[in-house]
Each structure stands twice: as structure tokens, then as C-alpha cells.
Unconditional design. Structure first.
Length: 202
């Protein structure tokens, strides 16, 4: 009888361990950064851990959404009901421009598809941007061929978020191109950087 109870207990414990392990596998997902859109904080080749159960997002969160099965990591800068704009690469939310503080310059290598054509190194003006009680660094390029993609103020509809690249000058796609992103299209929030690619130079 005791042996039978012991076997049952072992079976239950094994099932719980399996369930927890499977749960962690499906709850947390590793995502590799594939573009320069989140410079200077995130570089190509960085690996992030994403919480797939997250369903509430706030200003400053880095979230993941997919286009053609490719993951894109972008930052939430405006919420449903906000009015957002962009001038000289600086965010304006509900008529209030974010505060900025220069943090020096960094350089990174352009690893995009055109790198073979000789784009080579890009320079980034590292700037601390703060608004809505959130703080994060953005890239403001000093290259003569770089121009910010500004945006006239627009309203964010219910159930949508305005997602921007931290690299305001060299971004392969954010809400300036795609418009507000529906909450249902967001598949999780980045919670931890697992590895760092040696790409940025201080």
C-alpha cells in the first residue's frame, strides 16, 4: 500500500514538473534582435527573453510583434487615446515634448542587406529621452545623409499602441510606417536581455 502511494506521489510530482517546464517554455520565449531599430540599447544579435503572457503594456515597454513571421521589437511611446507626434526625432505625447539629455556618441556597423555596398559604420548621438515617468536612450544620427522621419500629431484609437524604434533615424519599420499597432498583434513584452552582441562601441 505504501509502495503504491509512493508511486502515485512520484507520478504526480513528475507530472507537475513536466507541466511547469512546459509552461515556462510556452510562457517565455527567446527572441534575437535582427535589425538596428533599437540602438543604442539593443544591437543586432542580442537575445531577449519575452513574456508571452503579458497583456498590459505601458510607455517605455519593449514589445514584440510579427510581420511575415519575422519578429520586430519596438518601444511603446503612446497609449490608446493619446495624441502623439514626432519632431526632430523627439516624441510629443498629448502636446508635451519629451525631455532629452545628450549622452555622447557611439558607432555601430551596419549589418543590413546593403552592407556589402559599403555602408559600413554609422554614428549615433546617444540621447536620454524621458516622458510619462519613463527613461530610455535613443539614437539621434549625426550623419549628413540622415534625416528624422517626423510626424504630425495624431490620435491613437482604442485598443492600439504607438510603437517607435529607439533609433529614430535608422529604423526598418515602426508606427511611422505601419500606423498604430493593435493590441492583438502584440505577442509579448521583453523582460530580460539574455546575451549582448559586441556591436556598439562606447
Amino acid at each position: 500500500m505504501r509502495r503504491r502511494l509512493w508511486n502515485v506521489s512520484l507520478g504526480i510530482a513528475a507530472a507537475l514538473i513536466l507541466a511547469l517546464t512546459a509552461g515556462r517554455f510556452f510562457v517565455l520565449q527567446s527572441i534575437e534582435v535582427r535589425d538596428h531599430g533599437m540602438q543604442p540599447r539593443l544591437g543586432v544579435g542580442d537575445t531577449l527573453l519575452v513574456d508571452r503572457t503579458a497583456n498590459e503594456y505601458g510607455p517605455g515597454d519593449i514589445v514584440v510583434f510579427y510581420r511575415a513571421d519575422i519578429p520586430f521589437l519596438r518601444r511603446v511611446v503612446a497609449m490608446p487615446g493619446d495624441r502623439v507626434g514626432l519632431a526632430d526625432g523627439v516624441v510629443t505625447v498629448n502636446g508635451i515634448a519629451a525631455e532629452t539629455e545628450p549622452r555622447g556618441e557611439v558607432a555601430y556597423k551596419d549589418l543590413g542587406a546593403d552592407d556589402a555596398a559599403g555602408l559600413g559604420e554609422r554614428k549615433c548621438e546617444r540621447t536620454l529621452e524621458s516622458h510619462s515617468l519613463t527613461f530610455y536612450e535613443i539614437c539621434r544620427s549625426q550623419g549628413p545623409d540622415e534625416r528624422p522621419r517626423d510626424l504630425q500629431a495624431r490620435y491613437i484609437p482604442p485598443g492600439h499602441y504607438w510603437l517607435l524604434c529607439d533609433n529614430r533615424f535608422h529604423c526598418p519599420g515602426d508606427s511611422r510606417e505601419l500606423g498604430p499597432v493593435a493590441k492583438g498583434a502584440i505577442r509579448g513584452r521583453a523582460v530580460y536581455r539574455m546575451s549582448r552582441a559586441a556591436e556598439l562601441e562606447p
